[in-house]
Design a protein around this ligand. Structure first.
Ligand SMILES: [Zn+2]
Length: 316
């Protein structure tokens, strides 16, 4: 019998391996997709070609623009993670005997009937332990994506977390075990630096004297090692926080101008010239923090540009 903790620690090993390299949303998204299949009672192994399109869509939505072209990597590479005990592959012997680093190309994975899925041990534990799928899903989400994106990702992969949202073990496992501790002062410091207003649109509504719908966003995601310091924070309204985490816009480091992606598209009535359109913010400097030392640091902006922003940028 495999314990809950054993299973969680296998997923944790994938996460730690990933931390050492550059950030990529590929593995967490594939794991969530596989967990959703399992939750629906589908068979342990799936042909790569049957999930190729869904992976492509997920990476288009939740990764930088370059992500979909390497969408097949984790399906192959996960089998060497967690000492080989998390993920199984089945394919022609010739293909499987290749060194693990010799990734087959997309066409080979699609055409050669390569199947993958959780190992039999992990599959059985996930199916038989009540609440374990939900716990693992929360752990994977919390370690890879900012909270602004969790609901959208859950809906996109087709997971159902409803039963365990408020269960006894839900939040307890979700919180201290898998999340890097946040500095509670981060939010206050960032909102104060930007005078309690969204630094993109200026939104500053208060309800009963309290700021409403205003959030402190991490430029370099906290889940990926970004620090809790003002130079890694932006005060954003809930809408701009979501758009920022989706890579719809980023901040260019010299004049701190808001740069929208060519993938962020509004209807003709909402183009750049329209006074109330979203794209009117494109090219406009963000509302600066109060002090120079609170300005966003170039290294954090550059992480965001490389890892989150959906390039190319719109021209001016
Ligand atoms: Zn805003």
């Amino acid at each position: 019998m495999t314990s809950k903790q054993d299973i969680l620690s296998l997923f944790e090993k994938v996460r730690r391996a990933q931390r050492q390299g550059q950030y990529a949303p590929h593995k967490p998204l594939l794991l969530l997709l596989a967990l959703a299949r399992l939750q629906r009672g589908e068979p342990r192994l799936v042909l790569y070609r049957d999930i190729d399109l869904q992976l492509k869509e997920l990476l288009r939505s939740f990764g930088p623009s370059s992500a979909p072209s390497s969408r097949h990597y984790p399906f192959w590479h996960l089998r060497t993670d967690a000492d080989g005990s998390l993920w199984d592959l089945q394919a022609d012997a010739g293909l499987l005997e290749r060194p693990p680093a010799a990734t087959p190309n997309l066409g080979e994975l699609r055409d050669k009937q390569v199947q993958g899925g959780f190992s039999a041990k992990v599959d059985t534990a996930l199916r038989q332990t009540p609440g374990l799928i939900q716990t693992v899903v929360r752990s994977v989400l919390a370690s890879a994506f900012p909270e602004t994106l969790h609901e959208d990702i859950i809906a996109s992969v087709g997971l159902d977390l409803s039963q365990s949202l408020y269960s006894k073990e839900g939040p307890a496992v979700y919180d201290p075990a898998v999340r890097r501790r946040r500095n509670p002062a981060f939010r206050e410091r960032v909102l104060l630096a930007y005078e309690y207003r969204c630094c993109v649109c200026g939104f500053d509504l208060k309800v009963c004297h309290l700021p409403a719908g205003l959030e402190a966003a991490h430029i370099h995601w906290h889940t990926n090692g970004g620090p809790d310091v003002e130079t890694n924070g932006l005060a954003l309204c809930a809408l701009h926080h979501k758009l920022f985490d989706l890579g719809a816009f980023t901040i260019e480091p010299t004049e701190l101008r808001v740069i929208y992606s060519q993938h962020a598209i509004a209807s003709r009535q909402q183009d750049q010239q329209t006074p109330d359109s979203e794209l009117r913010h494109h090219g406009v400097p963000l509302k600066s923090p109060q002090a120079i030392h609170q300005r966003p640091a170039p290294e954090h902006l550059s992480w965001n540009l490389r890892n989150v922003f959906k390039g190319p940028a719109r021209p001016f």
